[in-house]
Design a protein around this ligand. Structure first.
Ligand code: SAM
Ligand code: SF4
Length: 355
């Protein structure tokens, strides 16, 4: 096992059977070494600095019906809300005052925000905060729309592929939702020039180790600048209510593997990981994660934006809790970066959108 981990660090990829052995994670000593090497790798690339992004959950309306997510259209138990431009700008303003230079705008797939409306919002944020990064996480759109977002001033886009197995994808979604268009969206985002993020939920219903290995190979090929990995957590308001949650341990192991595969990637310690375990965020960072996304949404919205039950949104997961987050990171030897945290290729390679 230890030799496999050294090989992964050296070659950044393993054979299928080698990945299988590592992912089975039966060996505590190997897990320790994996996290240690991943941590060292992150330190070599990012020192002890953690990038922060202010998360603005601007609408919980969604036209889709993913079987795992409580924001799904068919869920009548959720009180829906959406924010207008001014309210979103206020969130950015507050974030700016708190010290954020990077915003993540996330929502369900809400067609209320036409391409025109959305580009207007993006352009308004860009005009007020020319030095900030704007990340979108608003789902599948056509390439022309992505281009309009980019032209208006958005820099990054998060769209998890969720699973690269078409059969597994069908088990997680209702009839009519297919994997291929999602993967095509990811390719379109890359073509457009976005710093692109993808990833999976760990322990999602019906997921096998082979699915995860295929996801690793897909991520190695796609080379997203950001990789979002969090445990699947059940919601009582979905068809998967009775399914068991993914484990923090498996998630942390996967973060470490991905760090060794992609030393320069931006990998968050996700809210789902912090929800699964009180010290989830710290465990993610100690396994090589280098980003956290505290919540900047207004309190009322925060309560209503819950893809899964008991979502963390207070304390160090809240933007106002930045001092608490700073203290918790300091305890494990890390500091919040003052940079906006672009992927290195977008800074040094000259592809960085300056504004
Ligand atoms: N609607 C956009 C989309 O699907 O890309 C963005 C919002 S969606 C809530 C963001 C991510 O939340 C999804 O990509 C999915 O991986 C994650 N998610 C949804 N339900 C979840 C659950 N029950 N447990 C953990 N993560 C979940
Ligand atoms: Fe909608 Fe995204 Fe949830 Fe799917 S995961 S139901 S697209 S918010």
């Amino acid at each position: 096992m230890l030799a496999l981990i050294e090989k992964l660090k050296r070659e950044r990829i393993l054979e299928r059977e080698e990945f299988r052995a590592l992912l089975s994670g039966a060996d505590a000593r190997a897990d320790d070494r994996l996290r240690e090497l991943a941590r060292e790798t992150a330190r070599e690339n990012f020192s002890n600095e953690i990038y922060v992004r202010g998360l603005i959950e601007f609408s919980n309306y969604c036209q889709r019906n993913c079987l795992y997510c409580a924001l799904r259209a068919a869920n009548r138990a959720v009180e829906r809300y959406r924010m207008e431009k001014d309210e979103i700008l206020e969130c950015c303003e507050r974030g700016r005052e708190l010290g954020f230079r990077s915003f993540v705008m996330q929502s369900g797939e809400d067609n209320y925000y036409t391409a025109e409306k959305m580009t207007e919002i993006i352009a308004a944020i860009r005009a007020r905060h020319p030095d900030c990064a704007i990340t979108l996480s608003v789902g599948e759109k056509d390439e022309e729309t992505y281009r309009a977002y980019f032209k208006a001033g958005a820099n990054r886009f998060l769209l998890r592929h969720e699973t690269i197995s078409p059969e597994h994808y069908r088990k997680l979604h209702p009839p009519g939702m297919e994997l291929a268009p999602r993967v095509e969206c990811l390719r379109a985002l890359k073509r457009t020039g976005f710093q692109t993020g993808s990833g999976i939920m760990v322990g999602s219903p019906f997921q096998t180790i082979d699915n995860i290995i295929d996801d690793l190979y897909f991520l190695a090929e796609l080379r997203p600048e950001m990789i979002g990995i969090g445990p699947y957590l059940p919601s009582r308001d979905t068809p998967f209510a009775g399914e068991k949650p993914g484990s923090a341990e498996d998630t942390v192991r996967l973060i470490a593997i991905l760090r060794l595969m992609r030393p320069d990637a931006l990998i968050p310690a996700t809210t789902a990981l912090a929800t699964a375990e009180d010290d989830g965020r710290e465990r993610g960072i100690l396994a090589g994660a280098n980003v956290v996304m505290p919540n900047l949404s207004p309190a009322g919205a925060r309560e209503k934006y819950r893809p899964y039950d008991n979502k963390a949104g207070r304390g160090a997961e809240a933007a106002e809790g930045l001092e608490l987050l700073r203290a918790r990171l300091a305890k494990i030897g890390y500091a919040i970066s003052a940079e906006r945290g672009d992927h290195a290729e977008f800074i040094e390679g000259g592809r960085c959108q300056k504004t």
